[in-house]
Ligand binder design. Structure first.
Ligand SMILES: *[C@@H]1O[C@H](CO)[C@@H](O)[C@H](O)[C@H]1NC(C)=O
Ligand SMILES: *[C@@H]1O[C@H](CO)[C@@H](O)[C@H](O)[C@H]1NC(C)=O
Ligand SMILES: *[C@@H]1O[C@H](CO)[C@@H](O)[C@H](O)[C@H]1NC(C)=O
Ligand SMILES: *[C@@H]1O[C@H](CO)[C@@H](O)[C@H](O)[C@H]1NC(C)=O
Length: 489
């Protein structure tokens, strides 16, 4: 670019001036000291080894073996990234990029093939111990999720999350995990996206795909909350000396009100309460959001039911569940506009919420139809969490950009804009965001989209016998970004 010399002098002068007092404080361009960056995966999406060394089948193994057409190109997670055998390659990439944490999940049926503790699969136990040791040897802190959707089949055979006994079974599994790994693992997530798990019962997009709209989802959600609460109290009683911190990974897509009318503002609030609030309100405030209770009870009555579709907690359960997250795990990908309106199957959680949620046609599309790029929604979610639940420390546990393998610049833009919203939330809103785990370190099995949709910083050649891993442009970008924006301890 040609710059007239007079302009050049002005530019130099302004730049020089910025170097002393006009430069914003370093803290506003840097993340706070101690802020942790990391990357996430989930067992079924990366491990493969679906029946290796004594692993039992999960509901995803089972469902996709029986319904191969459920997934694009009839793919499944039988082999995936083969991280069961190649986890050292994953750790190498995590280390090379420079992350401080790695968030992964334990496959319940890999360690307990029947779901119950009377049959422990030692190779499965050893596998996760090896992953954890490899991480620690490389200075990377593990963040471990106990449930990322892969329920042991024998537990689904007795109703899965619809069966109240699941709370005790989950707690026994959690007990074994805390006992086995708790000396080394200090960050735990009990359940990843309880709302999505419930959606497997209330809808048809995830195993077990029972389509029990507006009933199965609430019942599964109820038992997920009971299971979480019990597991948390058990940790407090038996393992508090380990000093670990427990959360759930909550999900949802917040709504911007379509207009500033009271109706639209109330609809945007219900959009939050029926997604994040469904699970966060019980664990932080002791029961379902009052607006959920009111709307679902009213609809249930109007349908001629004498029992609400949203179950009630006993007083004892409320005491057990209330106050059972030490930090808040936030999975954020996208947002909506929201306005009043009854849409969706009847009954269903969507219809109960009486919110019409829709994407803005101007928001950039991605390879996933459910994900439009709207970084401001992340700050909106953080602000809403602060407003509802006070100043709880928040770790963004998932956030990422899907493409078809060809547009890595857009992934970089996604991270850059979302991380800027986090800094704004920290410095302008005073929200205590303490970490960020992007989704995902590596291309992997993206549920119904199979391997066609890619979220990774690391590309995988799924046709190669070694599932060859290659760092993408976004991986190098992130490496540099952390070096530029992270204050060391
Ligand atoms: C949950 O615990 C908080 C803090 O102890 C308390 O103020 C609140 O009343 C409890 N909620 C319920 C529904 O008991
Ligand atoms: C539910 O309603 C039906 C029909 O009104 C009634 O016969 C039944 O006794 C009620 N059940 C309970 C538990 O109230
Ligand atoms: C944020 O949370 C962390 C972890 O609980 C805590 O140590 C820190 O003091 C908090 N910071 C602020 C500004 O509240
Ligand atoms: C696979 O990995 C092994 C061990 O690292 C190596 O010897 C072999 O050449 C690789 N094969 C291919 C096809 O890349």
């Amino acid at each position: 670019m040609w710059i007239p010399s007079a302009t050049l002098i002005v530019v130099l002068a302004v730049t020089a001036g910025l170097c002393d007092d006009r430069l914003p404080p370093a803290s506003h361009t840097m993340f706070p000291k101690g802020f942790k960056f990391g990357a996430s995966t989930a067992a079924y999406q990366v491990e493969g080894g679906w029946n290796a060394d004594g692993k039992g089948p999960s509901i995803w193994d089972d469902y996709l073996h029986k319904h191969p057409d459920f997934i694009k190109n009839r793919n499944n997670g039988d082999v995936a990234d083969d991280s069961y055998h190649l986890y050292k390659d994953d750790v190498k990439a995590i280390k090379e990029i420079g992350f401080q944490t790695y968030r992964f999940s334990i496959s319940w049926p890999r360690v307990l093939p029947t779901g119950r503790t009377n049959q422990v699969n030692q190779p499965g136990i050893d596998y996760y111990m090896n992953v954890i040791d490899e991480l620690l040897a490389n200075g990377i802190e593990p963040v471990v999720a106990l449930y990322h959707w892969d329920l042991p089949v024998p537990l689904q055979d007795i109703g899965g999350w619809l069966n109240p006994d699941i709370a005790d079974l989950f707690t026994e599994y959690a007990d074994l995990m805390f006992k086995t790994y708790g000396d080394k693992v200090k960050w735990w997530i009990t359940i990843n996206e309880a709302q999505s798990v419930a959606g497997g019962y209330g809808g048809g997009n995830a195993a077990p795909a029972l389509n029990l709209h507006g009933t199965g989802d609430y019942l599964a959600g109820h038992n997920l909350l009971r299971a979480h609460g019990k597991a948390y109290r058990m940790y407090q009683q038996k393992y508090s000396h380990q000093g670990g911190k427990i959360s759930m990974a909550f999900c949802g897509a917040p709504c911007f009100p379509t207009t500033q009318s009271p109706e639209d503002i109330a609809a945007a609030d219900r959009c939050f309460q029926f997604s994040f609030g469904w699970f966060a309100h019980p664990v932080l405030r002791g029961d379902y959001p009052p607006i959920m209770r009111e709307y679902i009870d009213r609809n249930s009555k109007a349908e001629g039911r004498n029992v609400s579709r949203l179950p009630y907690f006993t007083d004892e359960e409320i005491r057990e569940i209330n106050g059972t997250v030490d930090w808040f795990g936030l999975n954020y990908y996208t947002a909506y506009w929201g306005k009043e309106g009854a849409v969706g199957a009847n009954p269903s959680t969507d219809r109960d919420s009486n919110v019409n949620k829709y994407f803005d046609p101007n928001w950039p599309s991605t390879a996933s139809s459910w994900l439009k790029v709207i970084p401001q929604g992340l700050r909106l979610a953080l602000q809403k969490l602060r407003q509802e639940y006070g100043n709880i420390p928040i770790i963004v546990t998932e956030n990422g950009y899907p493409d078809n393998g060809d547009k890595d610049e857009k992934r970089i833009g996604y991270f850059e804009t979302h991380l800027a919203e986090i800094r704004a939330a920290i410095y302008e809103d005073g929200i205590n965001v303490t970490g960020y785990c992007l989704w995902s370190i590596i291309d992997n099995f993206e549920w119904r989209d199979g391997y066609t949709v890619k979220f990774g910083l690391v590309e995988v050649d799924f046709d190669s016998p070694n599932k060859t891993r290659t760092l993408k442009k976004s991986a190098y970008w992130f490496q540099n970004y952390m070096a530029m924006h992270k204050l060391i301890q």
